[in-house]
Design a protein around this ligand. Structure first.
Ligand SMILES: Cc1ncc(COP(=O)(O)O)c(C=O)c1O
Length: 392
């Protein structure tokens, strides 16, 4: 197949810019985990060239040899300005932020601040698998509060998990994924307000992973957890990593509500030496000057989401796809195809297409898979063709 046909009207869509040959020269996880005959639509990397402001910032740093340790609040200031313009959140307090190496290590640090060994950490499966791995590795206990059939937080189930956690006597935390990976659900202000009220009632500390926040199209409304009334004791993690495809340029920000400032202040200063200085420069440039590029990518993702819906209806009508509003991930229920618990394995072996198995996403993950939409329409079309042929 070829994916290098350029249409004049597509020039603005970064998802159409790179050919498959160019992408196969990449050496990152998405492109090097499987042999070259496998089409990769799994790990959350985007098939895009970088935003020009990011390239400029990194190139300037290389030319200057500006590759020391990170310092200062430029990243937080850029996020505060972005948050004001994008989400109407004008209260991001730069003095209650800290740079951390990446979002997951930031989550670990936040959980260390508000829980102890053996304490429960509540999550909403199906959810990003490292939530299980990192929490367990930290010697905390994962407690599952599955999302409802509508793929939204089930507040009754969550309350029961909070109640039990509180009754257990330890210091409980709730690791909220907002927007939710893998379903793309964007939590509403009402839902987040209810979460905050429950957290206060049961003494559960909320740590919100908001890495996908920039990947919310203009028509949907992302609500930062810390902007919600009642969330003053919350902690959050944000990053330009997903929105601008900067996972290889490590950096993220930890944010504390006013009632959690003292907790964040207890984080060892050395944690802030962990992010890459070049990463901080890149993330800062993305947030400050990369909005037009982001909007082009989001438009392309939206187009791809609609394309996937059409292709599945035509070629794999058994697959249940409830498109989420945000992220560039699609969560597919393949149980009607009768491929067993791990359809991704079947599609890999028979179709040579790499998707993320639903199993590690926890309760509700078996029989499902996650497909990465951040690629060209041609790759998506070819992937569905291969998937259909694999079960045809
Ligand atoms: C919900 C969520 N959190 C964290 C990460 C990883 O972020 P980082 O590489 O900054 O640790 C991802 C990556 O896809 C993610 O989807």
């Amino acid at each position: 197949m070829t994916s290098n046909e350029q249409h004049p009207s597509d020039e603005a869509n970064p998802l159409r810019s790179l050919t498959l040959d160019q992408l196969r020269r990449r050496t990152s996880m998405k492109w090097r985990t499987y042999p070259a005959d496998v089409l990769p639509l799994w790990v959350a990397e985007m098939d895009v060239p970088l935003a020009a402001p990011v390239v400029r910032a990194v190139t300037e740093a290389m030319e200057l040899g500006d590759t020391g340790y990170p310092v200062g609040t430029a990243y937080a200031e850029a996020l505060a300005a972005f948050a004001g313009k994008r989400w109407g959140w004008d209260d991001l307090a730069v003095e209650r932020t800290a740079i951390v190496p990446d979002v997951m290590l930031g989550v670990v640090e936040m959980l260390k601040l508000v829980t102890g060994p053996g304490d429960p950490v509540i999550v909403n499966p199906p959810v990003y698998p490292p939530f299980y791995e990192f929490v367990t590795h930290l010697d905390r206990r994962v407690v599952e509060a599955p999302v409802g059939a509508d793929l939204r937080i089930d507040l009754g189930v969550l309350e029961e998990a909070f109640r039990r956690a509180a009754a257990g006597g330890g210091r409980a935390a709730y690791l909220l994924c907002s927007p939710h990976n893998p379903t793309g659900t964007v939590h509403t202000a009402d839902e987040l307000g209810a979460v905050a009220a429950l957290a206060e009632r049961y003494g559960v500390r909320v740590v919100a992973d908001e890495i996908h926040a920039p990947v919310v199209p203009v028509g949907a409304r992302f609500v930062p957890y810390l902007s919600v009334p009642g969330a003053e004791r919350g902690l959050a993690l944000m990053s330009a990593s997903k929105g601008w495809n900067l996972a290889g340029l490590k950096a993220a920000l930890a944010l504390a509500g006013p009632g959690a400032a003292a907790d964040l202040a207890r984080m060892p200063e050395e944690v802030g030496h962990g992010p890459s200085h070049v990463g901080v420069l890149a993330h800062t440039a993305a947030l400050r000057d990369g909005t037009a590029w982001l909007d082009s990518v989001l438009a392309g993702i939206d187009e791809n989401r609609r394309l996937l819906t059409r292709l599945l209806a035509e070629h794999l009508p058994g697959v249940v796809h409830r498109p989420g509003e945000a992220t560039y991930l699609a969560w597919l229920d393949c149980r009607p195809l009768d491929l067993g618990d791990d359809p991704a394995d079947v599609f890999l072996r028979r179709g040579r297409v790499a998707l993320s198995s639903g199993i590690p996403f926890g309760a509700g993950g078996a029989g499902h898979l996650r497909l990465n939409l951040a690629t060209s329409p041609e790759v998506i079309t070819e992937a569905v063709r291969r998937m259909a042929a694999a079960v045809g």
